[in-house]
Design a protein around this ligand. Sequence first.
Ligand SMILES: [Zn+2]
Length: 94
Amino acid sequence: MLTGIVTDEQLIKLYTTPGYLVAVDYPKKEVTLHTVDCMLADPISSVGVKPSKARENKTGEFWFSESRDEANSKAEEIAKNKGYTYTICPICNR
Ligand SMILES: [Zn+2]
């Protein structure tokens, strides 16, 4: 099941749940697929995504799914609808 992630806390709680994060960056026009344990998907990391801030500033959106296929489909759909670039994160790709 796809879950919309709107706060950092929500994502932090999912850290130990095997699954995938779709990160949409509006300013960069990019959709990226991560595993939730990727450092770039970790709000605590300085390089990680920040869902709370992105929502506040309307600069992005985030989706979680335990299914890679489902996360991938959502990422492709958003990329297609918005005309964004879709990339699978090279750090956590597996
Ligand atoms: Zn990643």
